[in-house]
Design a protein around this ligand. Sequence first.
Ligand code: AHR
Length: 339
Amino acid sequence: MKLSRFLLLIAVLIAALAVAACGGAAPAAPKEEAAPQEEAAAEAPAEKTYEDLVVGYAQIGAESEWRTANTASIKEEAEKLGVELKFSDAQQKQENQIKAIRSFIAQQVDVIGVSPVVETGWETVFQEAKDAGIPVILVDRRADVPEELYVTYLGSDFVEEGRKAGDVMMDLLPEGGNVVELVGTVGSAPANDRAKGFREAVEGESGIEIIASQSGDFTRAKGKEVMEAFLKTHGEDIDALYAHNDDMAIGAIQAIEEYGLKPGEDILIVSIDAVRGAFEAMIAGKLNCTVECNPLLGPQFYDLALKVVNGETVDKWVPSEESVYFPEQAEALLPERKY
Ligand code: AHR
């Protein structure tokens, strides 16, 4: 062998050894493939159950019989299902509800439920929840925010409740008459919508005129106080009262009696909620009608919360079913009333 060919052969051998040392020459061993079921189990997070669920609930307060029943439903159902509930009572203040939501975000709850005391001013805090990946469910009251900031609204059609009250008022006052209105919390969804629905029903040829309208903040004490002021100004010119909830109507009944008139006769009364106190007032002949607004939302709320955390699609609005009740039915129905 010539020297040049011998050197070439040596060079080729050295190069081959260098490549082998770097591992480049050996073919990579084939990866062991996972069975399709194993792969799916490794990727999909386990489905949550009620016992795994941690829920933060920002309640408004305890302004009415309705709210008390609503809170009891949310708490009792959590207990029954084994859901861990972090409950906050905002004592009627939006700023407290916002603080509660921020604290739920910091605690990394799975879902936040909130009943917004007023409609506006929620965008920033709902966006914070969204950024933290925590779904928000509106319960009982809507908030004026873009739809992508909450997953669903569970609650009533307040405009329809107002319309139903207006229809009943027209039956009670076929010739028309002077109505005073006790409005709910200023800026709240039920106050805005119940006012709207009632006006939609009575406007036109009904002859019904709303001669005074003022907030009684959904409480008995304020309802009484505002009715006293209405009576002072309008006295016997008042034919009927439309109250946005039963508590204000019950407060107003006291004011009317103290003024020396008969509630339910001299002044006809239609209100909303259908709490037990309203049934008792109807049995006593002091209230002419109550339109139902269902507070027992606990079971539906947790059902939705679980679906949402498990990635199921839910409707953007889950409405509650509601009736209208009159004095003739009150005695028979009172024992069955759950709130
Ligand atoms: O949002 C529901 C309303 O809030 C009820 O009609 C009223 O009683 C409550 O306080």
